[in-house]
Design a protein around this ligand. Sequence first.
Ligand code: GLC
Ligand code: MG
Length: 423
Amino acid sequence: MDRLDVSANLMIVSDLDLTMVDHADPENLALLRFNTLWEAYYRHNSLLVFSTGRSPTIYGELRKQKPLLTPDITIMSVGTEITYGESMVPDDGWKQCLDHKWNRDIVMEETAKFPELTFQSETEQRPHKVSFYLEKGKAPNVMQALSKCLEKRGLDVKIIYSNGIALDILPQAAGKGQALVFLLEKLKAGGQGPFNTLVCGDSGNDAELFSVPGVYGVLVSNAQEELLRWYAENAKGNRQIIHATERCAAGIMQAIGNFSLGPNVSPRDTRDSMFSRKVLSPSHEVVMFYLLYERWRRGEVENPELYIQNFKSVFHPTGNVAHPSGVDQPMHQIIDSLAKVFGDKQGQDFRVWVDRVSFAEVSLGSWQVKFDKWELCGKESRCCLTKVLMNSKVDAPDEYTWMYLHQTWLEGSGGQDEMYWLL
Ligand code: GLC
Ligand code: MG
Protein backbone atom coordinates (compact mmCIF):
# COMPACT_ATOMS: atom_id res chain seq x y z
CA MET A 1 0.00 0.00 0.00
CA ASP A 2 2.09 2.85 -1.25
CA ARG A 3 -0.15 5.56 0.16
CA LEU A 4 1.03 4.78 3.67
CA ASP A 5 4.54 4.30 2.57
CA VAL A 6 5.95 7.65 3.54
CA SER A 7 7.98 5.70 6.07
CA ALA A 8 10.39 7.96 7.84
CA ASN A 9 11.36 6.18 11.04
CA LEU A 10 13.05 9.30 12.22
CA MET A 11 13.81 10.11 15.80
CA ILE A 12 14.05 13.83 16.51
CA VAL A 13 15.70 14.73 19.78
CA SER A 14 15.23 18.42 20.32
CA ASP A 15 15.98 20.97 22.97
CA LEU A 16 13.02 23.27 23.71
CA ASP A 17 13.98 26.84 24.65
CA LEU A 18 15.25 28.67 21.59
CA THR A 19 15.44 25.44 19.61
CA MET A 20 11.92 24.00 19.24
CA VAL A 21 10.38 27.11 20.79
CA ASP A 22 11.30 30.57 19.53
CA HIS A 23 10.69 33.00 22.37
CA ALA A 24 11.19 35.85 19.89
CA ASP A 25 8.17 34.71 17.85
CA PRO A 26 4.94 35.42 19.75
CA GLU A 27 2.91 33.87 16.91
CA ASN A 28 4.87 30.59 17.09
CA LEU A 29 4.76 30.31 13.32
CA ALA A 30 7.80 28.04 12.87
CA LEU A 31 6.60 25.78 15.68
CA LEU A 32 3.14 25.47 14.12
CA ARG A 33 4.76 24.68 10.77
CA PHE A 34 6.84 21.95 12.41
CA ASN A 35 3.80 20.52 14.21
CA THR A 36 1.88 20.22 10.96
CA LEU A 37 4.81 18.52 9.25
CA TRP A 38 5.28 16.08 12.11
CA GLU A 39 1.64 15.03 12.47
CA ALA A 40 1.09 14.71 8.72
CA TYR A 41 4.12 12.59 7.88
CA TYR A 42 6.01 11.37 10.94
CA ARG A 43 3.87 10.82 14.01
CA HIS A 44 2.68 7.30 13.14
CA ASN A 45 6.10 5.78 12.56
CA SER A 46 8.67 8.07 14.14
CA LEU A 47 9.65 9.29 17.58
CA LEU A 48 9.61 12.81 18.94
CA VAL A 49 11.86 13.34 21.94
CA PHE A 50 12.17 16.62 23.84
CA SER A 51 15.40 17.03 25.75
CA THR A 52 15.30 20.10 27.96
CA GLY A 53 17.17 21.66 30.87
CA ARG A 54 13.82 22.46 32.46
CA SER A 55 12.52 20.58 35.46
CA PRO A 56 9.13 18.85 35.18
CA THR A 57 7.51 21.90 36.85
CA ILE A 58 8.64 24.54 34.39
CA TYR A 59 8.42 22.16 31.43
CA GLY A 60 4.72 21.87 32.33
CA GLU A 61 4.46 25.67 32.36
CA LEU A 62 6.00 25.92 28.89
CA ARG A 63 3.52 23.37 27.54
CA LYS A 64 0.70 25.59 28.74
CA GLN A 65 2.20 28.69 27.14
CA LYS A 66 3.24 27.33 23.73
CA PRO A 67 1.61 25.06 21.13
CA LEU A 68 4.02 22.19 21.75
CA LEU A 69 3.19 18.71 20.52
CA THR A 70 3.13 15.82 22.97
CA PRO A 71 6.47 14.06 22.66
CA ASP A 72 6.82 10.27 22.79
CA ILE A 73 9.67 10.62 25.27
CA THR A 74 10.65 13.54 27.51
CA ILE A 75 14.13 14.03 28.89
CA MET A 76 14.21 16.77 31.51
CA SER A 77 16.58 18.45 33.95
CA VAL A 78 19.57 18.23 31.57
CA GLY A 79 19.38 14.50 30.92
CA THR A 80 18.78 13.46 34.51
CA GLU A 81 15.09 12.50 34.17
CA ILE A 82 13.66 10.35 31.38
CA THR A 83 9.91 9.77 31.07
CA TYR A 84 7.75 7.93 28.57
CA GLY A 85 4.45 8.75 26.92
CA GLU A 86 1.72 11.25 27.59
CA SER A 87 1.45 10.16 31.20
CA MET A 88 5.22 10.64 31.64
CA VAL A 89 6.15 7.34 33.27
CA PRO A 90 9.64 7.78 34.80
CA ASP A 91 12.57 5.55 33.88
CA ASP A 92 13.70 4.37 37.31
CA GLY A 93 16.58 2.38 35.82
CA TRP A 94 18.10 5.62 34.58
CA LYS A 95 17.86 7.24 37.99
CA GLN A 96 19.80 4.36 39.52
CA CYS A 97 22.58 4.75 36.94
CA LEU A 98 23.12 8.30 38.20
CA ASP A 99 23.83 7.55 41.86
CA HIS A 100 27.43 6.52 41.22
CA LYS A 101 29.86 8.90 42.97
CA TRP A 102 27.09 11.46 43.47
CA ASN A 103 26.13 13.14 46.68
CA ARG A 104 23.93 16.24 46.61
CA ASP A 105 24.82 17.26 50.15
CA ILE A 106 28.51 17.47 49.33
CA VAL A 107 27.72 19.49 46.19
CA MET A 108 25.71 21.91 48.35
CA GLU A 109 28.51 22.21 50.92
CA GLU A 110 31.23 22.89 48.38
CA THR A 111 29.25 25.32 46.20
CA ALA A 112 28.42 27.36 49.32
CA LYS A 113 32.08 28.39 49.34
CA PHE A 114 31.64 30.31 46.05
CA PRO A 115 29.90 33.66 46.53
CA GLU A 116 29.82 34.11 42.72
CA LEU A 117 27.19 31.38 42.49
CA THR A 118 23.52 32.33 42.85
CA PHE A 119 21.15 29.47 43.58
CA GLN A 120 18.40 28.97 40.96
CA SER A 121 14.79 28.53 42.04
CA GLU A 122 13.82 25.51 44.16
CA THR A 123 11.91 23.91 41.24
CA GLU A 124 15.17 23.63 39.26
CA GLN A 125 17.03 21.76 42.02
CA ARG A 126 16.53 18.07 41.31
CA PRO A 127 17.82 14.80 42.77
CA HIS A 128 20.65 14.64 40.20
CA LYS A 129 20.99 18.31 39.29
CA VAL A 130 22.09 21.34 41.29
CA SER A 131 21.79 24.64 39.41
CA PHE A 132 23.09 28.19 39.78
CA TYR A 133 23.43 31.44 37.88
CA LEU A 134 26.93 32.63 37.19
CA GLU A 135 28.20 35.65 35.26
CA LYS A 136 29.85 34.81 31.96
CA GLY A 137 33.19 36.50 32.78
CA LYS A 138 33.57 34.57 36.00
CA ALA A 139 32.57 31.19 34.59
CA PRO A 140 35.92 29.66 33.52
CA ASN A 141 37.69 30.25 36.84
CA VAL A 142 34.79 29.25 39.05
CA MET A 143 34.19 26.09 37.05
CA GLN A 144 37.81 25.04 37.30
CA ALA A 145 38.08 25.68 41.03
CA LEU A 146 34.77 24.03 41.79
CA SER A 147 35.64 20.97 39.78
CA LYS A 148 38.81 20.51 41.87
CA CYS A 149 36.93 20.91 45.17
CA LEU A 150 34.34 18.30 44.22
CA GLU A 151 36.95 15.86 42.97
CA LYS A 152 38.80 16.16 46.27
CA ARG A 153 35.60 15.20 48.04
CA GLY A 154 35.41 11.97 46.01
CA LEU A 155 32.65 12.99 43.59
CA ASP A 156 32.66 12.45 39.85
CA VAL A 157 30.59 15.29 38.40
CA LYS A 158 29.94 17.17 35.20
CA ILE A 159 29.76 20.95 35.26
CA ILE A 160 27.90 22.50 32.33
CA TYR A 161 27.56 26.16 31.42
CA SER A 162 24.62 27.25 29.24
CA ASN A 163 23.01 30.38 27.82
CA GLY A 164 25.90 32.52 29.09
CA ILE A 165 24.29 32.42 32.54
CA ALA A 166 23.32 28.98 33.88
CA LEU A 167 25.61 26.52 35.66
CA ASP A 168 24.48 22.95 36.25
CA ILE A 169 26.24 20.32 38.33
CA LEU A 170 25.28 16.74 37.46
CA PRO A 171 26.63 13.24 38.03
CA GLN A 172 29.28 12.35 35.43
CA ALA A 173 26.97 9.71 33.93
CA ALA A 174 24.19 12.28 33.34
CA GLY A 175 23.69 14.95 30.68
CA LYS A 176 21.68 15.13 27.50
CA GLY A 177 24.19 13.06 25.50
CA GLN A 178 24.44 10.18 27.99
CA ALA A 179 20.67 10.11 28.39
CA LEU A 180 20.29 9.76 24.63
CA VAL A 181 22.86 6.95 24.46
CA PHE A 182 20.95 5.14 27.23
CA LEU A 183 17.67 5.64 25.39
CA LEU A 184 19.01 4.45 22.04
CA GLU A 185 20.32 1.28 23.66
CA LYS A 186 17.04 0.68 25.41
CA LEU A 187 15.06 1.12 22.20
CA LYS A 188 17.41 -1.21 20.35
CA ALA A 189 17.12 -3.85 23.06
CA GLY A 190 13.34 -3.55 22.78
CA GLY A 191 13.54 -4.22 19.04
CA GLN A 192 12.80 -0.64 18.00
CA GLY A 193 14.92 1.02 15.37
CA PRO A 194 17.33 1.48 13.78
CA PHE A 195 16.34 5.07 13.36
CA ASN A 196 17.85 8.03 11.71
CA THR A 197 18.37 10.30 14.69
CA LEU A 198 18.46 14.08 14.36
CA VAL A 199 19.57 16.06 17.41
CA CYS A 200 18.74 19.77 17.63
CA GLY A 201 20.08 22.39 19.99
CA ASP A 202 21.17 25.95 20.64
CA SER A 203 23.18 26.12 23.87
CA GLY A 204 25.92 24.63 26.04
CA ASN A 205 23.98 21.77 27.56
CA ASP A 206 23.12 20.56 24.03
CA ALA A 207 26.77 20.07 22.97
CA GLU A 208 26.84 16.49 24.24
CA LEU A 209 23.94 15.55 21.98
CA PHE A 210 26.15 16.19 18.95
CA SER A 211 28.79 13.75 20.19
CA VAL A 212 26.46 10.75 20.28
CA PRO A 213 27.80 8.30 17.66
CA GLY A 214 25.91 8.12 14.37
CA VAL A 215 23.48 10.99 14.89
CA TYR A 216 22.71 13.83 12.53
CA GLY A 217 22.76 17.21 14.18
CA VAL A 218 21.56 20.76 13.70
CA LEU A 219 22.65 23.84 15.56
CA VAL A 220 19.87 26.31 14.89
CA SER A 221 20.97 29.62 13.34
CA ASN A 222 20.44 31.42 16.65
CA ALA A 223 22.76 29.07 18.59
CA GLN A 224 24.58 30.54 21.60
CA GLU A 225 28.22 31.52 21.65
CA GLU A 226 29.27 28.60 23.89
CA LEU A 227 27.77 26.00 21.52
CA LEU A 228 29.23 27.68 18.43
CA ARG A 229 32.64 27.60 20.09
CA TRP A 230 32.20 23.90 20.88
CA TYR A 231 31.19 23.31 17.25
CA ALA A 232 34.22 25.16 15.87
CA GLU A 233 36.59 23.21 18.11
CA ASN A 234 35.02 19.77 17.85
CA ALA A 235 32.72 19.24 14.92
CA LYS A 236 33.42 21.67 12.09
CA GLY A 237 34.50 18.92 9.67
CA ASN A 238 31.65 16.57 10.58
CA ARG A 239 29.29 16.46 7.57
CA GLN A 240 26.51 15.00 9.71
CA ILE A 241 26.23 18.24 11.67
CA ILE A 242 25.11 21.58 10.27
CA HIS A 243 24.71 25.09 11.54
CA ALA A 244 21.35 26.05 10.05
CA THR A 245 20.64 29.43 8.49
CA GLU A 246 17.10 29.34 9.90
CA ARG A 247 16.05 29.97 13.47
CA CYS A 248 14.61 27.38 15.86
CA ALA A 249 11.98 24.96 14.46
CA ALA A 250 12.58 26.32 10.95
CA GLY A 251 16.22 25.25 11.35
CA ILE A 252 15.08 21.75 12.32
CA MET A 253 13.00 21.47 9.15
CA GLN A 254 15.94 22.79 7.16
CA ALA A 255 18.10 19.98 8.57
CA ILE A 256 15.51 17.30 7.72
CA GLY A 257 15.79 18.47 4.12
CA ASN A 258 19.54 18.89 4.17
CA PHE A 259 20.13 15.31 5.33
CA SER A 260 17.21 13.89 3.27
CA LEU A 261 15.61 12.36 6.34
CA GLY A 262 12.05 12.55 4.99
CA PRO A 263 9.43 15.11 3.93
CA ASN A 264 10.53 18.60 4.94
CA VAL A 265 7.90 20.87 3.46
CA SER A 266 5.26 21.67 6.03
CA PRO A 267 1.70 21.54 4.70
CA ARG A 268 1.48 25.08 6.13
CA ASP A 269 3.99 26.22 3.53
CA THR A 270 1.87 25.27 0.55
CA ARG A 271 -1.25 26.94 -0.66
CA ASP A 272 -2.56 23.57 -1.92
CA SER A 273 -5.63 22.44 -0.17
CA MET A 274 -6.61 18.91 0.68
CA PHE A 275 -8.74 18.96 -2.46
CA SER A 276 -5.92 19.65 -4.90
CA ARG A 277 -3.36 17.36 -3.40
CA LYS A 278 -2.88 13.63 -3.07
CA VAL A 279 -3.62 12.65 0.50
CA LEU A 280 -1.11 10.10 1.75
CA SER A 281 -2.70 8.71 4.88
CA PRO A 282 -5.59 9.26 7.30
CA SER A 283 -3.32 11.44 9.45
CA HIS A 284 -2.36 13.55 6.44
CA GLU A 285 -6.10 13.92 5.69
CA VAL A 286 -6.84 15.16 9.21
CA VAL A 287 -3.91 17.60 9.21
CA MET A 288 -4.95 19.03 5.82
CA PHE A 289 -8.57 19.33 6.87
CA TYR A 290 -7.85 21.28 10.05
CA LEU A 291 -5.36 23.48 8.24
CA LEU A 292 -8.10 24.32 5.78
CA TYR A 293 -10.47 24.88 8.71
CA GLU A 294 -8.04 27.39 10.23
CA ARG A 295 -7.62 29.22 6.91
CA TRP A 296 -11.35 29.13 6.35
CA ARG A 297 -12.11 30.88 9.61
CA ARG A 298 -9.23 33.32 9.13
CA GLY A 299 -10.75 34.15 5.74
CA GLU A 300 -7.61 33.10 3.91
CA VAL A 301 -9.29 30.77 1.41
CA GLU A 302 -9.94 32.03 -2.11
CA ASN A 303 -13.22 31.04 -3.82
CA PRO A 304 -15.03 29.82 -0.70
CA GLU A 305 -18.07 28.79 -2.81
CA LEU A 306 -16.01 26.09 -4.49
CA TYR A 307 -14.94 24.76 -1.13
CA ILE A 308 -18.48 24.29 0.09
CA GLN A 309 -18.94 21.82 -2.76
CA ASN A 310 -15.74 20.09 -1.71
CA PHE A 311 -16.80 19.86 1.93
CA LYS A 312 -19.84 17.99 0.70
CA SER A 313 -17.60 15.43 -0.95
CA VAL A 314 -15.59 14.95 2.27
CA PHE A 315 -18.53 14.54 4.65
CA HIS A 316 -20.82 11.60 4.00
CA PRO A 317 -24.44 12.70 3.39
CA THR A 318 -25.70 10.54 6.26
CA GLY A 319 -22.68 11.20 8.48
CA ASN A 320 -22.89 12.50 12.03
CA VAL A 321 -20.94 14.78 14.35
CA ALA A 322 -21.12 14.25 18.10
CA HIS A 323 -20.35 17.69 19.56
CA PRO A 324 -18.41 17.73 22.86
CA SER A 325 -21.53 19.02 24.60
CA GLY A 326 -23.14 15.68 23.73
CA VAL A 327 -25.42 17.02 20.99
CA ASP A 328 -25.55 15.03 17.76
CA GLN A 329 -25.65 16.87 14.45
CA PRO A 330 -25.89 15.61 10.88
CA MET A 331 -22.81 16.47 8.85
CA HIS A 332 -24.75 18.52 6.29
CA GLN A 333 -25.74 20.84 9.11
CA ILE A 334 -22.05 21.28 9.95
CA ILE A 335 -21.46 22.34 6.36
CA ASP A 336 -24.16 25.02 6.71
CA SER A 337 -22.49 26.21 9.92
CA LEU A 338 -19.10 26.25 8.20
CA ALA A 339 -20.50 28.46 5.44
CA LYS A 340 -21.62 30.97 8.08
CA VAL A 341 -18.28 31.23 9.86
CA PHE A 342 -16.13 31.93 6.81
CA GLY A 343 -13.67 34.66 7.79
CA ASP A 344 -15.16 35.16 11.28
CA LYS A 345 -11.64 35.09 12.79
CA GLN A 346 -10.11 37.42 10.22
CA GLY A 347 -7.37 39.58 11.69
CA GLN A 348 -7.42 37.61 14.95
CA ASP A 349 -4.90 35.31 16.52
CA PHE A 350 -6.72 32.17 15.53
CA ARG A 351 -4.78 28.93 15.10
CA VAL A 352 -5.72 25.28 14.87
CA TRP A 353 -3.42 22.32 15.25
CA VAL A 354 -3.68 18.61 15.88
CA ASP A 355 -1.56 16.53 18.23
CA ARG A 356 -1.04 12.79 18.79
CA VAL A 357 -2.70 11.72 15.55
CA SER A 358 -3.00 7.94 15.30
CA PHE A 359 -5.00 5.71 13.00
CA ALA A 360 -5.95 2.09 12.53
CA GLU A 361 -7.76 0.24 9.75
CA VAL A 362 -10.79 -1.18 11.57
CA SER A 363 -12.09 -3.04 8.52
CA LEU A 364 -11.04 -3.01 4.89
CA GLY A 365 -10.91 0.61 3.71
CA SER A 366 -12.36 1.90 6.97
CA TRP A 367 -10.19 3.91 9.35
CA GLN A 368 -10.48 5.10 12.88
CA VAL A 369 -8.38 8.20 13.43
CA LYS A 370 -7.77 9.63 16.91
CA PHE A 371 -6.17 12.95 17.77
CA ASP A 372 -6.26 15.99 20.01
CA LYS A 373 -7.66 19.00 18.20
CA TRP A 374 -6.49 22.34 19.56
CA GLU A 375 -7.87 25.79 18.87
CA LEU A 376 -6.18 28.96 19.98
CA CYS A 377 -8.12 32.19 19.91
CA GLY A 378 -6.23 35.15 21.32
CA LYS A 379 -4.88 33.89 24.61
CA GLU A 380 -7.43 31.11 25.13
CA SER A 381 -6.70 27.62 23.92
CA ARG A 382 -9.06 24.68 24.03
CA CYS A 383 -8.76 21.06 23.10
CA CYS A 384 -11.07 18.20 22.15
CA LEU A 385 -10.15 14.55 22.15
CA THR A 386 -11.41 13.59 18.73
CA LYS A 387 -12.25 10.37 16.92
CA VAL A 388 -13.10 10.22 13.24
CA LEU A 389 -14.30 7.24 11.30
CA MET A 390 -13.42 7.62 7.63
CA ASN A 391 -13.64 5.40 4.59
CA SER A 392 -11.22 5.40 1.72
CA LYS A 393 -12.96 5.45 -1.62
CA VAL A 394 -12.81 2.24 -3.63
CA ASP A 395 -12.21 4.07 -6.90
CA ALA A 396 -9.87 6.67 -5.36
CA PRO A 397 -7.95 5.16 -2.43
CA ASP A 398 -6.23 8.45 -1.61
CA GLU A 399 -9.56 10.16 -0.94
CA TYR A 400 -11.44 9.71 2.30
CA THR A 401 -15.07 10.22 3.27
CA TRP A 402 -15.75 11.25 6.85
CA MET A 403 -18.54 9.11 8.30
CA TYR A 404 -18.57 10.04 11.94
CA LEU A 405 -16.80 12.51 14.18
CA HIS A 406 -16.89 12.35 17.97
CA GLN A 407 -15.44 14.89 20.39
CA THR A 408 -15.07 15.26 24.13
CA TRP A 409 -13.43 18.15 25.96
CA LEU A 410 -9.97 17.60 27.25
CA GLU A 411 -10.34 18.01 31.00
CA GLY A 412 -10.67 21.68 31.85
CA SER A 413 -11.13 22.73 28.22
CA GLY A 414 -14.90 23.14 27.99
CA GLY A 415 -16.35 26.56 28.72
CA GLN A 416 -19.50 28.66 28.66
CA ASP A 417 -18.97 29.55 25.01
CA GLU A 418 -18.77 25.93 23.94
CA MET A 419 -21.52 26.50 21.39
CA TYR A 420 -18.90 28.36 19.31
CA TRP A 421 -16.91 25.17 18.93
CA LEU A 422 -17.71 23.74 15.54
CA LEU A 423 -15.73 20.54 15.07
C1 GLC B 1 16.96 25.36 32.10
C2 GLC B 1 16.82 24.95 33.55
C3 GLC B 1 17.97 25.46 34.39
C4 GLC B 1 19.29 25.07 33.74
C5 GLC B 1 19.34 25.55 32.31
C6 GLC B 1 20.60 25.16 31.58
O1 GLC B 1 16.81 26.71 31.96
O2 GLC B 1 15.60 25.45 34.07
O3 GLC B 1 17.89 24.93 35.68
O4 GLC B 1 20.35 25.62 34.48
O5 GLC B 1 18.25 24.99 31.61
O6 GLC B 1 20.79 23.78 31.57
MG1 MG C 1 17.95 25.91 24.52
